[in-house]
Write a protein that binds this ligand. Structure first.
Ligand code: HPA
Length: 275
């Protein structure tokens, strides 16, 4: 058997044993600094990645390495507290393994979040953006022999982010008095932040925010036709000219994400409640 499929099956079997009767409806992937949504989950079961056969340990700053299973907004969810990034040196098969496993245990929706740089001049630190589309400049995670049991060779990407969920989230944000943008996520590999000219390039080709994650998991979920909802927290204004002493700093990104996380969490929670 394809060793990728064997690894996915093994991890999914282990997870199913841990879950018992629990059947999570929504998979949630938390980005840098956004881990606090995990505190809102009730009746939790914590499954550290390191206990799961074949799983990599997440090493990025602001990321823990656990699945948290429990109730959020009255629904059963499985949350990745800590994602695996390509820039950590893992293959795309490993980056997307947790998503494949969540799909294998039967999630019906995938929610993703991330910290991102706002290349759109209208976007300020701490703003939230509903992701309506993406531009992928990371290696496509579906390169290689197609895993037919998960989806087709050439998956449709006309609607990578579910239009119904976007519309509902916009209404929820409006009702709660939370300002949200709706825009395009550009995903590069990192780990460097972009140069001023790269930020300009991303803006010119249609990106509103830029980050180093998310797209591999979204493509993987869409391969299996799972509806996706995603949000970005703007943690830095990613412009082309800076004060002489300005510097992009990972710790500042975590702080900004933390400050905005509460608002994003309340939208996620209400949206999940509505499913
Ligand atoms: N670029 C890439 N990734 C990021 C940024 C950025 O400016 N901010 C937070 N994640």
């Amino acid at each position: 058997m394809d060793e990728r499929i064997e690894r996915i099956h093994k991890a999914a079997e282990f997870l199913k044993e841990q879950l018992g009767d629990r059947k999570p409806l929504v998979g949630i992937i938390l980005g840098s600094g956004l881990g606090r949504l995990a505190d809102e989950v009730q009746n939790t079961l914590v499954i550290p990645y390191k206990t799961i056969p074949g799983f990599p340990a997440s090493t990025a700053i602001g990321h823990k390495g656990n699945f948290i299973v429990g109730e959020l907004g009255g629904k059963e969810v499985i949350m990745m507290q800590g994602r695996i990034h390509y820039y950590e040196g893992y293959s795309m098969d490993m980056v997307t393994l947790p998503t494949r496993v969540m799909v294998s245990i039967g999630i019906k929706y995938l929610f993703v979040s991330n910290a991102a740089g706002g290349v759109n001049y209208e976007y300020k630190v701490g703003d939230l953006m509903i992701i309506k589309d993406h531009i992928c400049q990371q290696p496509n995670p579906l390169i290689g022999p197609n895993m037919d049991e998960f989806g087709p060779r050439f998956p449709d990407m006309t609607r990578p982010y579910d239009l119904g969920l976007i519309e509902r989230a916009e209404k929820i944000a409006l009702d709660m008095g939370i300002k949200v943008h709706k825009g395009v996520y550009f995903g590069g590999t990192g780990p460097t932040y972009e140069t001023p000219s790269e930020y300009k390039y991303i803006r010119i080709i249609g990106g509103d925010v830029t980050g180093m994650s998310t797209i591999p998991e979204v493509i993987t979920a869409r391969h299996s036709d799972i509806p996706v909802f995603g949000m970005s927290v703007v943690t830095n204004e990613a412009h082309d000219h800076y004060d002489a002493d300005y510097k992009n700093d990972g710790e500042d990104v975590i702080k900004a994400a933390d400050a905005a996380a509460g608002r994003m969490c309340s939208i996620f929670k209400k949206l999940i409640e509505s499913l």
